[in-house]
Design a protein around this ligand. Structure first.
Ligand code: NAI
Length: 328
């Protein structure tokens, strides 16, 4: 029988975990023929709740689930991991300043970066979902000097999927007709969902829409503020869709993006498109077999330039703030 793929998930007793673990265990990442071992990290007070989740995983009798290990020690849980999905993070609570949030998460992601560095398998890939995702990924990457930098990414696939869904609803196209969607920059309200290079059944999406005002005043803010709209409606933040995007991102990274299409992933910048080198910023990327490449040669007009620059300026500010705190 095949050796199980070891998938580590942090924040496993949280909302996203409650959807994510069951999808991974049922084969959504690697298909029905590859066994998966889940290695689940939580903080000590959440281990009891996590035991309940494991009972439910057992009760699903998933044929692809080869084993589950839980714990509160990152060194143990990341031991031999092939894929680490860093979902657990400190949420922003009332009265918390941005600097407090960066500091609280900084402590988590410095420790987890070091633990990955020392314990993960040689082929480790790391996807960060926990917010502020881009900067958390930057912190983990910087604290894992032995892991190649391109093994780290932050999740902007949910934004990418949201943008496809909004564009499909506007044009009546099916989501499968929409290709080459791009999210640029930070997973935050400054992100730039770009349809100027997207296509609908092979035609330029912005031309099919033919309505700059919709793009600027409806589409972009709807995608960028979707997370807040879901909190408003549901009373808690997006979880099933975030889990689904986390799966999409990891699966496409490991198995490859579709021909004549690309995906959005926040990865370390090499300076492409004027994004400062070293920032973890969202780009259009093609993927195959666990590697990615930034799509080159796209023409960036003044409108897009301004939007990309605003979001990457925010990323640079976050980087400077965590540098100031001594986290990177
Ligand atoms: P949640 O609060 O329900 O769960 C988070 C879990 O992480 C908790 O069980 C907590 O105990 C755990 N945790 C905290 N510190 C930890 C540590 N040091 N090690 C291991 N586990 C730890 O939150 P939810 O809804 O599951 O969201 C998780 C994160 O994902 C949040 O930061 C949220 O903002 C972010 N998110 C990101 C999205 C994206 O598109 N990038 C979309 C939606 C959410």
């Amino acid at each position: 029988s095949k050796t199980p793929v070891k998938v580590a998930v942090t924040g496993a007793a949280g909302q996203i975990g409650y959807s994510l673990l069951f999808r991974i265990a049922s084969g959504a990442l690697f298909g029905p023929d590859t066994p998966v071992e889940l290695r689940l990290l939580e903080i000590t007070p959440a281990l009891g709740a996590l035991e309940g989740v494991v009972m439910e995983l057992d009760d699903c009798a998933f044929p692809t689930l080869a084993g589950v290990e839980i714990g509160d020690d990152a060194n143990t849980i990341f031991d031999g991991a092939n894929l680490a999905l860093l979902v657990g993070a400190r949420p922003r609570t009332k009265g918390m300043e941005r600097g407090d949030l960066l500091e609280a998460n900084g402590a988590i992601f410095t420790g987890q970066g070091k633990a990955l560095n020392d314990n993960a398998a040689d082929d480790i890939r790391i996807g960060v979902t926990g917010n502020p995702a881009n900067t958390n990924a930057l912190i983990a990457m910087t604290n894992a000097p032995d892991i190649p930098r391109e093994r780290f990414s932050a999740l902007t696939r949910l934004d990418h999927n949201r943008a496809i869904s909004q564009l499909a609803a506007k044009t009546g196209a099916s989501v499968t007709d929409i290709t080459k969607m791009t999210i640029w920059g930070n997973h935050s309200a400054t992100q730039y969902p770009d349809i100027f290079h997207a296509e609908i059944a092979g035609k330029n999406a912005a031309e099919v829409v033919g309505d700059q005002s919709w793009i600027e005043n409806d589409f972009i803010p709807t995608v960028a503020k979707r997370g807040a709209a879901i909190i408003e409606a549901r009373g808690s933040s997006s979880a099933a869709s975030a889990a689904s995007a986390t799966i999409d991102a990891a699966r496409d990274w490991l198995t490859g993006s579709k021909k004549d299409d690309w995906v959005s992933m926040a990865v370390v910048s090499d300076g492409s498109y004027g994004v400062p080198e070293g920032l973890i910023s969202s780009f259009p990327v093609t993927t195959s077999g666990g590697s990615w490449e930034i799509v080159q040669g796209l023409e960036i007009d003044d409108f897009s330039r301004t939007k990309i620059d605003a979001s990457t300026a925010e990323l640079a500010e976050e980087r400077d703030a965590v540098k100031e705190l001594g986290l990177i």
